[in-house]
Design a protein around this ligand. Structure first.
Ligand code: ADP
Ligand code: MG
Length: 292
């Protein structure tokens, strides 16, 4: 049974010691003993460097990749079963979205609506559901535009509408702010808040960008093959960040020993200018080939 979207207690997704290696991939597993409870109705951020295994974790959750060890349960169901019941809405990385949908925005949203009963379901047609979903994300005016002609922010809203038009109560968003300008990023954070408040959705935002995660999450998990940290955004100290982005830092600065005390002092001095996260962001982009 699908549980009430408004329920905000209990576990939406449970990961227990999840380990996964790609066939013919690197010797080290892409994910190693990842354990994490995603609470129903929470806004979770997963922060980590490119190649850290974020997309892999999402694809395992969606049943798109198989062959992991450990446990993944979505509302108590295995990923395949959860996918059949359309429990999860997925907003892929931008390039994948562009390639997959050479159609209009309304068509993209209504395809999902016709395949399941979304939060707006009441016996009306798929088109009406799609239009309500497009309206919810502020994309009504672009319903007739081909997906390929949309800006990054517009495309993202359409992809979110598409996820809402199915019956999803859990929304996974992979690198949602890549290619989106600062105004669009602010709108995106407001939209995530609204979906949380008005629809009671559980949202998981995956990103290498600290600001994206901080703006869209009540709780943050840091993932760099293993899980490094898992709590409120305020707990993302320079020490934690240095550890999570260690390989990015090493690629830029050489394999230096990170002094957590000096990092902490830096962050005190510049706590309002975001200076300390530029390096991580650039580092992550420098390794972009590792992303998927
Ligand atoms: P992220 O999304 O955090 O950037 P990914 O989950 O895409 O990280 O990748 C995690 C690791 O798995 C990386 O080392 C990446 O190179 C590797 N990887 C990703 N996709 C594949 C694939 N299809 N085959 C082999 N290795 C892969
Ligand atoms: Mg990725």
């Amino acid at each position: 049974m699908i549980r009430d979207a408004g329920t905000t207690s209990g576990t939406a997704i449970r990961y227990e010691s999840v380990t996964f290696s790609y066939e013919g991939g690197a010797e080290a597993p892409a994910l190693e003993r990842v354990s994490l409870d995603v609470r129903r109705g929470e806004r979770l951020g997963i922060l980590g460097p490119n190649g850290g295994g974020k997309s892999t974790l999402l694809k395992l959750t969606l049943g798109l990749l198989r062959g992991y060890s450990g446990t993944i349960e979505i509302e108590g169901l295995a990923p395949d079963e959860a996918a059949k019941r359309r429990l999860i809405g997925y907003v892929p990385q931008r390039v994948e979205a562009e390639l997959s949908f050479p159609i209009t925005a309304r068509h993209a949203a209504s395809m999902a609506a016709s395949a399941g009963l979304g939060p707006f379901a009441s016996g009306r047609g798929a088109r009406e559901q799609a239009d309500r979903a497009l309206s919810m994300v502020g994309a009504s005016s672009i319903a007739e535009k081909p997906v390929g002609t949309l800006s990054g922010g517009q495309l993202q809203r359409v992809m979110i509408a598409r996820a809402l038009a199915s019956r999803a109560k859990i929304l996974l968003l992979d690198e949602p702010t890549v290619g989106i300008d600062p105004a669009g990023q602010k709108q995106f954070a407001e939209l995530i808040q609204r979906l949380h408040d008005e629809l009671g959705l559980t949202t998981i935002v995956v990103s290498h960008d600290l600001r994206t995660v901080a703006a869209t999450s009540d709780r943050v998990a840091c993932l760099a093959r293993t899980l490094h940290y898992h709590d409120s955004p305020e707990g993302l100290t320079p020490h934690v960040l240095a550890e999570v982005f260690r390989h990015d830092a090493a690629a830029i600065f050489g394999d230096l020993h990170v002094d957590a005390h000096r990092a902490a002092e830096c962050s005190h001095d510049h706590s309002h200018d975001h200076g300390h996260d530029h390096g991580q962001e650039h580092g992550a982009q420098g390794n972009h080939g590792g992303g998927s």
